[in-house]
Design a binder for this molecule. Sequence first.
Ligand code: SF4
Length: 115
Amino acid sequence: MPSGYKVRQYGIVCKHLDAEEFYFGANHKVYPCCYLYDEEIEINMKRNEVLPSTQRYGDDYNDLTVHTFEEIQNHEYFKKTLAESFDKDNELHCSRCWRSCGDKGERSTQKNVES
Ligand code: SF4
């Protein structure tokens, strides 16, 4: 684990919150990390669903064709909601955070293994 990373509440080591990573998707959208981009693409292809954050904030809150990067990085989702969503009882909880970054980041190099 690179130095400087924190083990957050629930044992989650977050590339965005702890290492200030952003991921720019091929869909022009900004994500906290590559995992959530991968998750959104996968559940959309398999089940025609979107991430809970997209359900809450709409399809363009993180779209660079609509907002500047500064606007997106200051959006409530990045500033507040993402950290809150680690809680399994939070309505915007995304299990991918636990699957890829839980247990002190032990699985942080693994892709989504859910079938
Ligand atoms: S999957 Fe969740 S916990 Fe892991 S880096 Fe991305 S936003 Fe952070």
